[in-house]
Write a protein that binds this ligand. Structure first.
Ligand code: C2E
Ligand code: CA
Ligand code: CA
Ligand code: CA
Length: 277
């Protein structure tokens, strides 16, 4: 059955569907979900840790399922990856993010929008052209976007990934290494790839005020990033103490529940208006 999460959302349990008589395959469901407009763009603010200024948002997709309620990406992104549906979904997220970005710009709010890419996206030779079409349609500069990629996605096919990333970066988009520190071979590609940002994985950040080992890893990662000329972002900031600690260590930007959970895109302007660092 559906599992209730502590934030009130319902987790999708694949086992539930196998037993359901009217069950469609999840892939069919995902395809229908696009057609029925069931995906929702949520965004989480990215904050400058020294000033508290909102400098960007990360786009995070949700599935507003008619029966199961809000389904979280961990429940369907892996499957979307396996089946190749992720390319459709990534196109949708990029398009929605671009619409949000240009809408904000019309209101005088200039934010960089971060979008997550997965392995399949990096192997998609058409991605740079699709991205360009979206930029043109929404009259946006590539520099309004930051694309987040994980170490494992790069390692899947480093040669092709590098080619795609170089083409995207040449257009002027920022590239970020997401979940930094959790992959296998973090360092080798850092000097090869056209990276602008490192995102320290939340597993090192969540409890860092109580864990000296985490603090050491975070400190070293910030120094490594800065030595390589990169912007360093921490995710998973849940307390003011962790914000202060990261700011003292020189971390550039952060996001986390302490500032805001991911919120529906149409709530962002109201959130920014109410935000006092
Ligand atoms: P991620 O890219 O590492 O995103 C960060 C996750 O950490 C998000 O979970 C966010 O809600 C959560 N988070 C943010 N601040 C905090 C905090 O202070 N504490 C804690 N405990 N968690 C925090 P979410 O939204 O459930 O997304 C999970 C993963 O699903 C993402 O991890 C990303 O890998 C994937 N994902 C989400 N949206 C997309 C998308 O549009 N495309 C792709 N390819 N993947 C996506
Ligand atoms: Ca991310
Ligand atoms: Ca991450
Ligand atoms: Ca993650």
């Amino acid at each position: 059955a559906a599992k209730q999460r502590n934030d009130g959302a319902v987790a999708y349990d694949a086992a539930m569907d196998k037993s359901s008589a009217k069950s469609l395959s999840l892939l069919t469901e995902l395809r229908n979900a696009i057609e029925r407009d069931e995906f929702r763009l949520h965004v989480q603010p990215k904050i400058r840790l020294d000033t508290g200024e909102v400098v960007g948002v990360e786009s995070l997709v949700r599935w507003a399922h008619p029966e199961r309620g809000n389904v979280f990406p961990d429940e369907f992104i892996p499957f979307a990856e396996q089946t190749g549906f992720i390319r459709v979904l990534t196109g949708w997220v990029l398009d929605q993010s671009a619409a949000l970005c240009s809408d904000l710009q019309r209101q005088g709010i200039h934010l960089k929008i971060s979008v997550n890419l997965s392995t399949r996206d990096l192997l998609d030779q058409d991605l740079p052209a699709k991205f360009k079409e979206i930029l043109t349609r929404h009259q946006l500069a590539a520099g309004s976007f930051c694309l987040e990629i994980t170490e494992s996605a790069i390692m899947d096919d480093p040669v092709r990934a590098q080619l795609t990333l170089e083409r995207l970066h040449a257009m002027g988009v920022d590239l970020s290494i997401d979940d930094f520190g959790t992959g296998y071979s973090s360092l080798a590609y850092l000097k090869r790839l056209p990276v602008d940002e490192l995102k320290i994985d939340k597993s090192f950040v969540l409890n860092m005020e109580n864990d000296i080992g985490d603090t050491k890893i975070v400190r070293s990662t910030i120094d490594l990033g800065h030595n390589m000329g990169l912007r360093v972002v921490a995710e998973g900031i849940e307390t003011e103490a962790v914000w202060r600690l990261l700011a003292a260590l020189g971390c550039d930007q952060g996001q986390g529940y302490f500032m805001s959970r991911p919120i529906a895109a149409d709530k962002l302007v109201g959130w920014i208006a109410a935000w006092t660092p």
